[in-house]
Write a new protein. Sequence first.
Length: 256
Amino acid sequence: MTAIELARKIRNRERCVGYWVVLDAPIASERLARLGYDYVALDAQHGLIGHSGLLAGLMAVDAGGRSVGLVRVESGEAAVIGRALDFGAGGVIVPLVDTAEDAARAVSAARYPGRAGGRRSYGPMRSMLRIGPTPAEADESVLVLAMIETPEGLANIEAICATPGLDGVYVGPSDLCLAVGGRFPNDPEVADAFEAALVRVSRAAEEAGIAAGIHNPSGELAARRLAEGYTFATVASDLVHLEQAAAAHLKAAKGE
């Protein structure tokens, strides 16, 4: 799949499934990108990936040939977003978006001048090999997704979804659980409030005509969220699955 193909699917609210990577392990990322996920997202915020690792990871995803590399950037700063896109990301997932103004700044950082408010500086040292290279082509191919994970972001979800140029919103469930009063992620005491928040996000996105995505610990939960109205879902993550698989094999070997 190419970046423009993924962008069109996401913008058309077609169902997409992705995978989450936190390890600086390009060979593993390349293998994951061969499995058929629509995208593989590299986590530059909480993941263990530096600048060189991010570049190598995006190259590995492209080498896999079946997925598009996305990046969850460290922040909504223009330089951070621009670097990820210049490295060859097919889109950015921007954390801690609290307001429509935050979302508008992220969109502006990802679009070249010529579109309303575009502020991306032209220097696609690697991305021009696959995305663009003209600014108009790049703008059409690149996704901008705003994370909804704070009390402010949830309170302003309708205005955020109405931001011109924003392609979708993306729920960070651990932080959103804390945002609705949870003591820790998946706190059962706030389960009802958390589920209500998820419904509010997906409905706001649907009404605005943009995509609604969510992070999930398993494929089973991803399927449930897609059935509930989310249009794309990520399964997480390489580090967690590595530990789970190793633990299961250890248990089997010991006959436990």
